[in-house]
Design a protein around this ligand. Structure first.
Ligand SMILES: [Zn+2]
Length: 195
């Protein structure tokens, strides 16, 4: 079975304070796309993050990282960088390098609110299955899979843990089947850790 890794990378970044999740309050997610996704992919990505995280009390408000900002005070935030090409056009075979498809930055053992998602890696990982689907389905399925990878990284950030669980979004690796399945949720211990 092909599995993808969801890793924690060590990175040199300024340490930030902890970001405990406050129930009810929404968390600002600043997104930075190297290549903007089509609206259908973006919609499926946001819907999936909402579907996974809302039941455990985490609501997100998405904003582009580089949009002009007012003077509002943001209490909680995470910055997400989406690397590579975040669409499903031109799905030619590529030799995929092994490695994580999503990661969260850690400095001196502290989880930082900075995560990255490898759009090219997810494309390559799911390519065989995506090309078999109707063109109209691919955006939604791909965006949903991106949402699952991102939800895993948000789990690290807002549960403030490098640990992995044995099921659901906290698993250290997802199979192709888990990324493509219709429903995917937190189960068991991970959902209490993030509360
Ligand atoms: Zn992980």
């Amino acid at each position: 079975m092909r599995m993808l890794l969801l890793g924690l990378a060590l990175a040199v970044l300024p340490a930030q304070g902890e970001s405990p999740a406050q129930s009810g309050a929404s968390i600002t997610l600043y997104s930075d796309f190297q290549q903007p996704p089509p609206p259908a992919v973006m919609g499926a990505l946001q819907d999936e993050v909402h579907a996974i995280m809302a039941p455990i009390g985490l609501q997100f408000e998405w904003r582009p990282l580089h949009a002009p900002r007012g003077n509002e005070v943001i209490a909680e935030l995470a910055v997400i960088t989406f690397r590579g090409r975040c669409d499903v056009a031109d799905l030619v075979p590529v030799s995929r390098r092994p490695g994580a498809l999503g990661w969260t930055h850690v400095s001196d053992g502290v989880i930082l609110p900075f995560a990255e998602v490898d759009c090219d890696g997810i494309r390559g990982f799911l390519r065989t299955e995506l090309v078999r689907m109707k063109t109209g389905e691919r955006d939604a399925v791909y965006g949903r899979a991106m949402g699952r990878v991102l939800a895993h990284e948000l789990y690290h950030i807002f549960a403030n843990t490098p640990e992995h669980g044995t099921s659901g979004v906290a698993k250290a690796a997802y199979s192709v089947r888990e990324l493509l399945s219709r429903v995917f949720t937190f189960e068991g211990p991970a959902s209490s850790a993030i509360r």
